[in-house]
Each structure stands twice: as structure tokens, then as C-alpha cells.
Design a protein. Sequence first.
Length: 216
Amino acid sequence: MTFNQKQMKKILLSELKKAEAKVTHRRVACLLESFKGSVYTGHNFEKTIPMHFYHAEDMAINKMERSKDKSGIKNIIMAGYGRLNKYRQVSPCENCFKLLKPYFKKQTKLTIYEPNTHKYPLKFSLKEILKSYAKIGYSKISGNNLSSIKKSLKEKTLLKRKDILFAAGLRLLGLKNHIKFYLTGSSSGRTGLVKLIKEKQKKSYDDIDIVIISNK
Ligand SMILES: [Zn+2]
């Protein structure tokens, strides 16, 4: 039996009703469609004593493994309900990504519905998924004068013009006083799927996250 998009969404949303999130109030469900045409669903469950969060993807993968379906994953479809307002809060976490990865094929796709509304699905190809979950190391901002620092920031971050000037000022201050500044979060352009989600939504970063390490 094969399912169309609409049917799969219906199955996914009924799975979502089973989710329990007493701690975070973020209910998540996952549907996996295999190349054989079978679907496997899972929902998250937050156990409080002892505290353990079971993820929706994990449950769905378990079902697929138990049924000995080795055809691979054609579609990963995610939905969320509750105290969620961002696509990334419904997307597979690092650990779930690792669990899913062995079942990826070239045509594997990830679809994430907008939390709560269950509309406006964002779709990601395997290439996009792999790229966004790949580990990216730190990059060092070079230069010791304003123009070379600005150039380096432009190449290595997503910072907008006025923010480049601000960050360059920090670097100059750091050089003078031996303080290290680290740019983290979405403006650094190293947030994987979050960056991709923002691109698809035609949005850029919301704020600049900076970490300063003190010598004391
Ligand atoms: Zn997870």
C-alpha cells in the first residue's frame, strides 16, 4: 500500500495526538515512509522519573527496524504542537539525525510542517540535509585593521553591513586588550539546518550571539 502526501499528513497528525511533553510542552511526531511504501510513525514522550526524553524519530525508526524493512527512507515528515514556534524545534536533533542517516538514499527528503498550524511545509533534499548537519569547524577572523577585518567578516559570516562594523569594532578592541570574541548562532552562518530554514523562509538572522572569554 502506498500513501499520498495528504494521507501521510493525516497519519502524522493523528500520531501527534499521542505525544506527551509534560516538561517542555513541545509535542513532536515523525512519519517515515520507506521506499517499499510502508509508513512508520513515532511521537515524543517525556518521562519525568527518571527524567528521559524519548524522541519521535527514534520510535519510528524502531518500528521500521522491527518490521525488517530495509528499503531505506524515502520521506521523513515532522510535525509539532504546543510551546513551539520555530521549524527548527520540530526538526530532527543531532542524535536522531545519526539514527536516521543509515537509511538515507539519494532521493530521501525531509519535510517539516510549520509548528501548530501544520501548514507551509518546508522541504529539504538529501544534499541539503547532509550539508546542514555536517560539522563545520571554527573560522578565524583575520586582519588587524578595520578594512581587513571587515573583509574577513564579510567572507566568513552572514553579518549585515552595520553589524560587520560592530563586530569589527569588537575585534579591534579584543586585539588591543587581548580578549577573544566568539561569534555564535545564526549570524555566524554555522547553524546547519537553522540556516537552511531561514534561507527557505527568506529570512536572515534575528540577533547576534557573542561569547567573550575572560582571562580571569
Ligand atoms: Zn531527536
